[in-house]
Design a protein around this ligand. Sequence first.
Ligand SMILES: [Zn+2]
Length: 262
Amino acid sequence: MKLFSCILTENDCYRRGARITPKGVMVHSTGANNPWLRRYVQPDDGRLGKNTNANDWNRSGLDVCVHAFIGKTADGSVAIYQTLPWDRRGWHAGSGRNGSANDGYLSFEICEDGLADRAYFDKAFRAAAELTAYLCAKFGLDPGKDGVVIDHSEGYRRGIASNHGDVSHWLKKFGRTMDDFRKDVIRLGEVENMTREELEALVDERVKKALVGADTTASDWAREELQQAKEHGITDATRPRGYATREEAAIMVERLRAALTK
Ligand SMILES: [Zn+2]
């Protein structure tokens, strides 16, 4: 996860300085075709690039601000920028009949592009899942619990946000849903919460499986000769893509020697 920091200290939201105790994460996307972080996040740190239109969010007079942005840096790679202290009250959700998600939800914007580029979609939402998992772990939030990880459109349906379609409208274009997104967040959290022993056991199991070659079938180029080797008693031809141990190799050579010296 590439997490950088560029706090928008000129934004009135930052200056107001109200605090929250985070109880969830609300995911947003910008609703405008401009994937470049520099559109919103300034000043240029040498990585963002410079916004020459003076319309970034690091200025007074705006009624919006979020805790982080995800988008492209000047070199085109996808990065995450923290833009408010995590315990600052953001201005991102508006309000509904049950109040406002600004009171308690961490928030970030994913910079939209034309919503047709699968590669950018995958990278941006991967970063979004990583950031969400990171925030859930940091603040002790359970992403599997109802209402903890939601997008703006779900916030609207719950009566705690204004009527916007993000980010489900974007997910839908690539056959995904917020439920899929939450599953990604939960999976990332599980890996993050593994003990060293659990992680080592998992790696050991994977490596062992690869070495043994259980349930593998022979490659096309090897099938015929492998069958011949089996008929000649050199190998039993099981687990064909597994690795041979020194004792197995020695026995195969010994069988060949015995056959040749018969
Ligand atoms: Zn939104």
